[in-house]
Design a protein around this ligand. Structure first.
Ligand code: HEM
Length: 478
């Protein structure tokens, strides 16, 4: 089957045979713990899901996902995995699923991390508060679009200045700390209208305060590569208490209150949020959504530019950038990168092969029939669906040579059609984030910003070399 004949509609065509969902949850306690050890230790998330697809001969099956026993009592580990493009797309249909408190599964980090309230990402579309905050986040992006590109170029100048100076002292420049400072400054300036340099402590360590706050909330659900069984015992068995990161979080709150006054005011006057709701949601958008998302995405994006071995890919990108806007970074704009088909395709392909938020969850709002490419399955109200995007985005029925990085994949007519099946933002790349869905508010801003960064690099440099999380050389534009 070709991709254009894959219908995205979530209605179940009568022609599909109804099949009992294969797989089981095993014995109480033992089933979940054995699945958890497979997931984190013996198999890893990728093999965990792909081995079960093989075993059940189905992309839809029952399994447990962590966290679970012994200390996560009350967390339901039972899910129905949806691992092809068609079954996964049910996660976006807000008529049949709800998204209350399922951002990272049935487990929800304590609300003490977010000022004792459920922030936007945990709210369902049926909750009026979701409408208010989603619209607030869309408004922030719209307003900041005026200063977005010049601020980006300024901050990129600083970041690449640091890289170049690191490279002059040693033969590699480590990416992550410099990238995180860049992201923290850039998003504080654009989303909050707040300048970190107004507070030396925040300018210096705001990003590491966010790191600690993110790590402690997400620890029970992510693999971090600590020697096993230590990771299972010390990272995945219980939640660490908030007081460990409380000091940093409170300093960030003070920074938002003091430096983001205008945005906070608008939240209250135009979106009827309380000051508390505005502050904690803003910090979540800044820290979790924007900073967290790009901390994962940007190193992958740069890594995909590769080294000398990728000369051909870099040459093609450089050619397109220089043809459209030359080497003057003042020519960078949203409009100009929208004209760069190859640069955008590079960004889309990076998001396809390494979706920064790999797992998505939703709970059935009612009983419904879920369809995969070849079968239909009965889902009962309340059951949790779990999609693991790295496999979904390699669905061979939709993507030719799914494992391969194909620079041109998202170009021309066929490429545009494929954007219907690019799901990194919890919705298709052709969709529109609104108050009525749970698609990333920054669906377009993320891909355009990534395209701007790639274009900036090829305006400034003839070639760059990235390897294992470091920048190893740059050749300035001749
Ligand atoms: C590479 C960067 C980013 C990635 C990978 C990303 C990914 C996502 C994903 C997957 C979701 C849906 C989560 C779920 O419900 O399962 C989401 C939601 C959201 N994102 Fe992003 N995001 C990124 C950057 C941003 C930025 C820069 C903003 C700034 C405004 C943002 C704002 C939001 C908001 C407000 C939501 C909640 C939407 C809702 O509840 O309806 N994201 N993001």
């Amino acid at each position: 089957m070709t991709m254009s004949s894959v219908p995205l509609s979530t209605s179940s065509p009568a022609s599909l045979p109804v099949r009992t969902i294969p797989g089981s949850y095993g014995w109480p306690l033992l089933g979940p713990i054995s699945d958890r050890l497979d997931y984190f230790w013996f198999q890893g998330p990728n093999n965990f899901f792909s081995k079960r697809i093989e075993k059940h001969k189905s992309t839809v099956f029952r399994t447990n996902v962590p966290p679970c026993f012994p200390f996560f009592i009350g967390v339901n580990p039972n899910v129905v995995a949806v691992l092809d493009v068609k079954s996964f797309s049910h996660l976006f249909d807000m008529e049949i699923v709800e998204k209350s408190n399922v951002l990272v599964g049935d487990f929800m980090p304590s609300v003490v991390y977010t000022g004792d309230m459920r922030v936007c990402a945990y709210l369902d579309t049926s909750e009026p508060k979701h409408t208010q905050i989603k619209n607030f986040s869309l408004d922030i992006l719209k307003r900041s679009s005026k200063t977005w590109v010049p601020t980006l170029v300024n901050e990129l100048n600083t970041m690449f200045g640091t890289f170049e100076s690191d490279l002059s002292k040693s033969n590699s420049a480590s990416l992550l700390p410099t990238i995180q400072k860049f992201l923290f400054n850039f998003f504080s300036l654009t989303l909050l209208g707040a300048d970190p340099s107004a507070s030396p402590e925040i300018a210096d360590s705001g990003y590491s305060m966010l790191d600690a706050w993110l790590a402690i909330q997400l620890a029970p659900t992510v693999s971090i590569g600590v020697l096993q069984p230590l990771e299972e015992i010390f990272i995945h068995s219980f939640s660490y208490p908030f007081f460990l990161v409380k000091g940093g979080y409170e300093k960030l709150i003070q920074f938002v209150k003091k430096e983001a006054k205008e945005v906070l005011n608008r939240a209250q006057t135009e979106f009827q949020l309380t000051e508390q709701e505005a502050v904690h949601n803003l910090l979540f958008i800044l820290g979790f959504n924007a900073f967290g998302g790009f901390t994962i995405f940007l190193p992958t994006l740069l890594g995909n530019l590769g080294d000398e071995k990728n000369a051909e890919l870099q040459e093609k990108l450089r050619k397109e950038v220089r043809e459209k806007i030359g080497v003057n970074t003042e020519n960078l704009s949203f409009e100009s990168v929208k004209e760069m088909e190859l640069v955008q395709s590079f960004v889309y392909e990076s998001l396809r092969l390494s979706p920064p938020v790999p797992s998505q969850y939703a709970r059935a709002r009612k009983d419904f029939k879920l369809s995969s490419h070849d079968s239909a399955y009965e889902i009962k109200k309340g059951e949790i669906l779990c999609g693991y995007q790295p496999l979904v985005m390699r669905d061979p029925k939709v993507f030719d040579e799914p494992e391969k990085f194909v620079l041109e994949r998202f170009t021309k007519e066929k490429g545009k059609e494929l954007l219907n099946y690019l799901f990194w933002s919890n919705g298709p790349q052709t969709g529109r984030p609104t108050e009525s869905n749970k698609q990333c508010a920054a669906k377009d801003v993320v891909t355009l910003t990534a395209s701007l960064i790639v274009a900036y690099i090829f305006q400034k440099y003839d070639s760059v070399s990235f390897s294992s999380g470091s920048l190893t050389s740059v050749k300035k534009a001749s």
